[in-house]
Design a protein. Structure first.
Length: 118
């Protein structure tokens, strides 16, 4: 996800373990909420469709960018359903490791160190 002047660009592909490839532009959207929905839909579609241990780069090459765009970009109802299933799955497994620190817990760990002067 890349923030640009006109909104957001969502790129897919990338890492396939030892198989490296560039990214493909999935779509451009205007708002952060849209970007999050498209990203959630992509991740869920990948989770449901990829073979066991198949990384994203080989999966994108196997199913093709056109099919992924059809399922996520062109089909708004399917995109919303995929995103909803992703959000539902995260209710049980999502843990934000920064939440407590954002609320001030362990703030002393990030306080400036003062040198003692004799």
């Amino acid at each position: 996800m890349i923030c640009v002047d006109s909104g957001y660009e969502l790129h897919i592909g990338g890492n396939g373990g030892i198989h490296l490839r560039g990214t493909d532009l999935l779509c451009k959207v205007e708002t952060e909420q849209e970007a999050l929905e498209y990203a959630a839909a992509f991740v869920q579609y990948y989770r449901e469709d990829a073979w066991y241990l198949e990384r994203t780069a080989p999966w994108v090459e196997r199913v093709g960018l056109d099919l992924i765009k059809q399922k996520i970009v062109e089909d708004g109802d399917n995109r919303a359903d995929l995103a909803q299933r992703f959000y539902f799955s995260q209710n049980y497994s999502q843990h934000d490791p920064w939440e407590k620190r954002a609320k001030g817990e362990d703030a002393h760990l990030h306080a400036p160190l003062l040198a003692e002067v004799d």
